[in-house]
Design a protein around this ligand. Structure first.
Ligand code: KG4
Ligand code: ZN
Length: 337
């Protein structure tokens, strides 16, 4: 079965086709970054309007470049949340209308489940059960994953998500949007000279808190005028604190659960310093670690096509009403086979 996947939850219009036995067929992405960078962040209304402009041409292109026609599709998956309401509605309405016209099932996919499952597209996919660390712009989640749809929340951020902390700190350093990759690039030229706190690591539990790091960065920046080298050192110190905190919490979760596989996904999993720190930690815990390829760390259509295909094959599909959920806890998911 060929499944078309549509992702429009934020600032990327992304489309892919996944085949239940052949695997990933094709994927394309149009990023709105240039449009939003002028404003220093995502402008929701502009995002929705741009998805309207770009989505249908992108769907046509993916189908055509895959050597397929619409009638070859067996199902359509779309991100139904969490995300920006208007942006989600563009993907949902397009997917559902297409499915209706083609008389094929459509399935609503949870954006974070997409991130969680996308390492399954790699050559050496993880076996269940595993521990998942999901680090994106909106979420920081530690999850015990027993199977698709069987998720137990072990820990989450009580305030800013990791990606959000990167973006806000980048802004304080005068870097543009999106700040995460820019801060990471600046950090390459710096060293860890300032000791940032490792929040919530000195007490038991698996929750996170990252908003204090941004405040610490702000106070450091404001204390005295800063050279470019000072800024690079702040970036490196901030990044080291995040990498360390994530490693400490993941080690704790591995010990607590007895799991020996760790999946790391979401936009921030593209960060090479964090990847290295987590890989070193995992090696010390005799744990296999799995990451998506770099282009599938951030938002993409492949993750939605893959997750949707699994759900369609389990018999799940939507009724007639078109709904999206800007807020949608992943722990509410299940999968009836
Ligand atoms: O998963 P994603 O594309 O979107 C959400 O679901 O939120 O994640 C985007 C987040 C942004 O906060 C972005 O700054 C961050 O991931 N990010 C990074 C890197 N690449 C993307 N943060 C740190 N280092 C990176 N290399
Ligand atoms: Zn995402």
């Amino acid at each position: 079965m060929y499944v078309l996947g549509i992702e429009t939850s934020c600032d990327e219009t992304a489309v892919a086709i996944f085949h239940s036995s052949k695997g990933l067929v094709h994927h394309l992405l149009y990023s709105q970054i240039d449009m939003h960078s002028e404003y220093g962040g995502v402008v929701p209304e502009l995002a929705s309007r741009d998805h309207i402009r770009k989505l249908i041409p992108l769907v046509k292109q993916v189908v055509q470049e895959s050597g397929l026609v619409n009638a070859d599709l067996g199902g359509i998956a779309y991100t139904a949340g969490p995300g920006l309401m208007g942006a989600l509605l563009v993907g949902a309405a397009t997917a559902r209308s297409m499915a209706w016209a083609l008389q094929i099932p459509a399935v609503a996919v949870h954006h974070m489940e997409g991130h969680l499952l996308v390492p399954m597209l790699e050559d050496n996919p993880p076996q269940f059960p595993f521990l998942a660390l999901l680090i994106s712009g909106g979420h920081t989640l530690l999850v015990h994953v027993s199977a698709i749809g069987q998720y137990e929340l072990l820990g989450e951020s009580l305030d800013d998500a990791v990606g959000e902390a990167f973006d806000k700190t980048a802004k304080l350093l005068g870097l543009g949007y999106p700040g995460g990759p820019k801060l990471a690039a600046l950090a390459e030229r710096g060293t860890e000279k300032i000791r940032f706190p490792r929040p919530m690591t000195d007490r038991p539990g698996l929750d996170f808190s990252f908003s204090g790091l941004k405040t610490f960065a702000m106070n450091t920046i404001n204390a005295a005028p800063k050279t470019e080298q000072d800024k690079a050192d702040i970036a490196a110190s901030f990044q080291a604190a995040i990498a360390d905190t994530l490693s400490i919490k993941c080690r704790r979760a591995l010990k607590q659960t007895g799991l020996n596989r760790l999946v790391v996904a979401g936009g921030v999993s593209a960060n090479t310093h964090i990847r290295t720190a987590l890989t070193t930690m995992a090696a010390g815990e005799n744990t296999e670690i799995y990451f998506p390829r770099a282009q599938f760390c951030t938002d993409n259509g492949a993750m939605i096509a893959y997750a949707g295909c699994q759900r369609l094959m389990a018999g799940q599909h939507e009724g007639l009403s078109i709904t999206v959920r800007p807020r949608w806890p992943m722990m509410e998911l299940s999968l009836a086979c």
